[in-house]
Ligand binder design. Structure first.
Ligand SMILES: Cc1cc2nc3c(=O)[nH]c(=O)nc-3n(C[C@H](O)[C@H](O)[C@H](O)COP(=O)(O)OP(=O)(O)OC[C@H]3O[C@@H](n4cnc5c(N)ncnc54)[C@H](O)[C@@H]3O)c2cc1C
Ligand code: FES
Length: 278
């Protein structure tokens, strides 16, 4: 391993999945055999993914640490770097720095029920924790997943949603915004906070993980509070813009915290101690 902390590992794009309009998943394999063998991370961590000549973009690691030999990222084309990453073809090389940031405390959650609430392109950070929990299913009681997108076409990981929906040990509720449904849509129609209230999940002994656009989070937290979830039992992950990912450039700070080092995973109790600009 090199001493230059900004030098990325080289990775080959092994597989590309088109998830939704403008959204792709890349499966990456590290080219250095030693790195491929020893690379380790935990659910919730992120990396800096580079398209050579264009720059770096921050994405979570969307595959679970329980699946070895590769990592995956899922991203929406937003600008320059993501457009360049979206042009890569299978077999081509890109860069990865990481893993960075803190993790979801899955060890502390042993013996509890888990409720995942995700919206739109925010399912990737959640997918990592969901698969980690499902691959160690005996550690948890009930597992419920509520996932919403604007339209049926915008739902990501469609094949995995089908798989989770068919599992007897998972309660999956998928929803699309009013007007986003197709004639054959069998899920819910409604915004995530309203569908969550209708689901009436029990708060006792349950950890809620919420990832989504700020507006979804804003309206979901009060519903969870009404259902009896304490600030200590609700977790989310922040996506403040980053540059170094290493706590050095100051780009991502909220109050006294660096989201890249102290986060990106925060409990609601921790968020309440931060300035509201997060
Ligand atoms: C910890 C973390 C995890 C992330 N995980 C994912 C992920 O798994 N999948 C994914 O698609 N995206 C994720 N993002 C957001 C992603 O980093 C940006 O969308 C991406 O870097 C845009 O790069 P770009 O050069 O293509 O766009 P730019 O040209 O830099 O920007 C294009 C547009 O996107 C907006 N934008 C850029 N970065 C962000 C951001 N952090 N939050 C909100 N808007 C932004 C810009 O304001 C601009 O409007 C994550 C961000 C963080 C900090
Ligand atoms: S991204 Fe540089 S300090 Fe967080």
């Amino acid at each position: 391993m090199t001493d230059n902390i900004y030098l990325p590992y080289l990775a080959t794009v092994e597989k590309i999945t088109r998830e939704a309009p403008g959204v792709k998943t890349l499966r990456l394999k590290f080219q250095d055999e030693e790195v491929a063998r020893t690379f380790a991370f935990q659910a919730g961590q992120f990396g800096e993914y580079s398209a050579f000549g264009e720059g770096e973009s921050t994405f979570c690691i969307a595959s679970p640490p329980t699946r070895k030999g590769y990592i995956e990222c899922t991203f929406r084309e937003a600008g320059r770097v993501t457009a360049a990453l979206a042009k890569l073809e299978e077999g081509q090389t890109m860069g990865f720095r990481g893993p960075y940031g803190n993790t979801f405390p899955l060890g502390e959650w042993r013996g509890k029920s888990l409720l995942f609430v995700a919206g739109g392109i925010a399912l990737p950070p959640m997918r990592c924790v969901i698969w980690n929990a499902l691959d160690t299913r005996d550690n948890f009681k009930d597992i419920s997943i509520l996932y919403g997108a604007r339209t049926v076409a915008d739902l990501v990981y469609k094949h995995e949603l089908r798989e989770w929906g068919e599992r007897p040990d998972v309660r999956l509720v998928a929803t699309v915004d009013p007007g986003g449904e197709t004639p054959d849509w069998k899920g819910e129609v409604g915004f995530v906070p309203a569908v969550l209230e209708k689901m009436q999940p029990k708060a006792e002994g349950t950890i809620a993980v919420v990832c989504g656009p700020p507006v979804m989070i804003k309206f979901t937290f009060p519903v969870l509070e009404k259902l009896g979830f304490s600030p200590q039992s609700i977790y989310t992950t922040l996506e403040n813009r980053m540059k170094c990912g290493l706590g050095k450039c100051g780009r991502c700070n909220v109050g006294s915290k660096y989201v890249c080092k102290d986060g990106p995973v925060f409990s609601r109790a921790e968020l309440e101690t931060l300035p509201s600009e997060y």
